[in-house]
Design a protein around this ligand. Sequence first.
Ligand SMILES: *[C@@H]1O[C@H](CO)[C@@H](O)[C@H](O)[C@H]1NC(C)=O
Length: 404
Amino acid sequence: MIKSLTVAISLLSMGLGVSYWEGTGHVFSLRGGDVLTKKDEGARMSSLQVAVKEVDDEDRLNEYNLSPYERHFPMWLLDPWMRKYVDSIPSKENEVCLVHVGKSAGYTVACALGFNAPGCTSQTNPIGLLPSYTTKWSHAGEYDCFDDSAYYLFIVRNPLDRAVSAFNYGKPYTWERARAKHGEKYYQRLKSLYLDCFDTIEQLAAWGLAPGGNATETCKQRAIDAIEGSARFENHLYYNFQYHLEMVPKDARIVTMRTEHLVEDWNTVEAAVGGEDELLGQDQSLIPRINTGSPKNDKYLSDESKVLVCERLCNEIQVYKYILDKSINLNQKQVEESLEELKLSCPVEAAASSCETVLPDITEKLMVNRGYDDNVELDPAGGEISVGRGVHRLPTRKSEQLSN
Ligand SMILES: *[C@@H]1O[C@H](CO)[C@@H](O)[C@H](O)[C@H]1NC(C)=O
């Protein structure tokens, strides 16, 4: 009974298209580029049905297959591709939750882990332990992890590349279609950044971030807020590194795959969870890349603009470094390698250990999206974190401001 209900709900959600695009508490819509074809839907439905198998301990399995997100927000449905129906439950000592920071090859990894993400090219044959251990997935406005998993698998990418990609990805191809499809609120949010202010990331930097930039004061503020993730225009700049880090439980055991070193890191994560060393060897084709963006996207940033965007990404860059540093699968050499790579784009911030602006208090953002009950105190989800203006502890409750 419960089982068929769960399937029914998931199928329904495909039709309705619940999505983080509008986030918790809003009406939903899929992004233009991600629309499923009828054929895809059919394939997905049958794979879902196949995935629900008869097992002895059916109630326990049904319970497990329910979404932590949907339990927390009963009125909202998880994006169907984020739910993986399993027919065996990993033990708590093995359980992995995928936490993908947007525009970092998250769908690519999700497909390889056996999730049915948009754009998965084929039924990949998952190998190793990771696909069976990774049963839940959190991303942006949808936190669908258990809080007691053994590992939180972060997918990260050079913060400057990620920001450029996020800006481009967020811009609709067709404005009127975006409005008709996603509603007025969504449309207005995007319009205020793109149509009203900046068509390209270069314009955002040169007109909006440069001290002598010719954008209006309003647009200048939007440029800052967009890059810092402090106001919501498109989703992936808003749901940033800091958000994803603070979203996972305090003292979470973090394993990380870097977009730039996907196969190498898959191997070390597999080994960290108890699997074989060098499972994939060096064969990059084992993880087919999807959702890689359009060649139409304008990634151009002048050298001066790069400096300006990096400056505004300073806190994000410190959090990125913190995540790499905390990752139990990465050794010192690998962390340094990523820092060297980062220095090519943002030399000052890569070397810095503090920023001009204090790490923002994002308690509100977490409260709305992370799934805390009202009046429940927020743990300092990221634990002690040494970023921003010197070393400080993240606030433990809403009222506690970062006043230093
Ligand atoms: C800023 O200057 C550029 C030319 O350098 C111009 O194309 C653009 O429209 C100007 N933007 C605003 C908001 O005035």
